[in-house]
Ligand binder design. Structure first.
Ligand SMILES: C[S@@+](CC[C@H](N)C(=O)[O-])C[C@H]1O[C@@H](n2cnc3c(N)ncnc32)[C@H](O)[C@@H]1O
Length: 278
């Protein structure tokens, strides 16, 4: 695991309160990578990632799903619409909570979704409340990842599934240059640490879950950053971001770092499915 101790939770909250508009303009209602198998549009690729994870997680009609780090509600709303589950989204950002609830209502799934502004590292739920715990690209922002998995595993019903997509530190961080690439990504994208694939498996197993699937999606998702980099270059997003909040622009300058971290193997992108067999 690579740690970046300078990251503060208050900065993560401020980032999403301010940058959500830019993510929406640059990328769309999902704040996560796309998954490409050919030359799909970015929008189709984002939905493909959501769909692929939903299929692996075997989400069924009527199930209770907890979406940790729900962003603008992209996954929760899509899954409530297409898989007819009930989704509870949790986000650190008040702006995102309001955005998600308004979007869900506008798309006709206001009753099948609920959104809370809360810290996933301290929020409490009754034990065995959920059939699925879903988290796409949020665990990177958590400060005590093993503790989160310990608590979240308790919220799963017997037979419940945990479905995670995460940015990962590569398995072979044997050079200072590679470790620096990961550190720079953590610093630019406000990740207090990035775990490796083996770390995630370890955390889930220690939480009592059976890890049934681990997939490396790096080569399928990396195109995301080429597209984002080109869109930032061609648009006035950087200028707008600087006018609104100069400190929030670092992530816009780190797209190349991320791309090259994927190329060198310093970083990976992983998908994990784990089950509560209790
Ligand atoms: C990269 S975005 C992903 C959003 C969403 N999962 C998606 O795929 O569109 C990261 C999300 O994690 C949330 N987040 C970060 N730290 C959090 C925490 N401690 N508790 C709850 N949410 C958190 C942010 O508010 C943001 O919504």
């Amino acid at each position: 695991m690579i740690a970046c101790p300078s990251v503060r939770k208050s900065s993560i909250r401020t980032h999403y309160n301010l940058a959500t508009l830019f993510y929406r303009l640059l990328w769309g209602p999902h704040i996560h990578h796309g998954y490409w198998t050919s030359d799909e549009s970015p929008r189709a690729a984002q939905l493909a990632l959501t769909e692929r994870l939903a299929t692996l997680a075997r989400i069924k009609s009527g199930e209770q799903l907890l979406d940790i780090g729900c962003g603008m509600g992209g996954s929760s709303i899509h899954l409530a619409k297409t898989r007819h589950c009930h989704a509870t989204g949790v986000t650190l950002s008040r702006v995102q909570r309001i955005w998600s609830a308004a979007s869900a209502a506008a798309q006709g799934v206001g009753r099948n979704t609920s959104f809370r502004c809360a810290d996933a590292e301290s929020i409490a739920f009754e034990q065995t409340s959920f059939d699925v715990i879903w988290s796409v690209e949020c665990t990177e922002h958590l400060f005590d990842k093993p503790a989160f998995f310990q608590r979240a595993a308790q919220w799963l019903k017997p037979g419940g599934r945990m479905a995670i997509c995460a940015w990962l530190a590569g398995d072979q961080l044997d050079t200072a240059a590679r470790r620096k690439q990961v550190y720079d990504v953590c610093d630019g994208f406000l990740c207090p640490s990035l775990g490796s694939s083996a770390d995630y498996v370890d955390w889930m197993q220690h939480a009592g879950l059976r890890v049934e699937r681990v997939e490396d999606w790096t080569s399928k998702v990396a195109r995301t950053w080429e597209i984002c980099r080109d869109r930032v270059r061609k648009s006035r997003v950087r200028w707008l971001a600087r006018c609104l909040h100069g400190e929030s622009t670092l992530f816009l300058d780190r797209f190349d770092t991320l791309l090259s971290a994927y190329e060198t193997g310093a970083m990976k992108y992983g998908c994990f499915i784990a089950t509560n067999d209790a």
